[in-house]
Ligand binder design. Structure first.
Ligand SMILES: [Zn+2]
Length: 153
């Protein structure tokens, strides 16, 4: 048995990334430069602390300019069948394209049940039991940035 009160490592970085991600999406339609800047900053945070973003989250950022990809707004999404059947995302800010092959029955590693080694609960105990104030909830929406532990990356 491990120590139950584990501290979430790099919690501050995750929170910062969450904030930057939301800020980036907020600015996506108003100021593309700012949106790209926030996305870039977020990727830099992840890089510096050697943290991995959740794949579904990572795919909503342009690989080239790190601006958020919103289908129909900042990105063009098309199905292509030429070399292999895939989904093609075109960033409308920098016109960079990225394609994701759609293989039947294929699941990314994190979606496979074998990838989960251990589930860690980082909810502080004091917030769970003792103090339950009506107004002071935890951060309302935590974007899925907590990468699950997986043996091979
Ligand atoms: Zn781009």
């Amino acid at each position: 048995m491990r120590n139950k009160n584990q501290l979430c490592q790099h919690k501050d970085v995750f929170e910062r990334m969450n904030y930057l991600y939301q800020a980036s999406h907020l600015m996506a339609l108003k100021n593309r430069v700012a949106a790209s800047y926030f996305g870039n900053n977020m990727v830099a945070c992840a890089k510096k602390a050697v943290l991995r973003m959740e794949p579904n989250l990572k795919r909503t950022l342009c690989k080239c300019c790190q601006s958020p990809l919103i289908p129909g707004e900042t990105a063009r999404v098309r199905l292509v069948s030429k070399p292999v059947k895939s989904i093609k995302w075109t960033c409308l800010t920098c016109m960079n394209t990225k394609r994701y092959p759609t293989k039947k029955g294929y699941k990314i590693w994190l979606d496979q049940p074998e990838s989960v080694v251990e589930m860690l609960d980082f909810t502080p105990k004091s917030k769970n039991k003792n103090k339950q104030k009506p107004g002071s909830g935890d951060t309302p929406e935590k974007v899925k940035e907590q990468t699950k532990n997986h043996p091979t990356s």
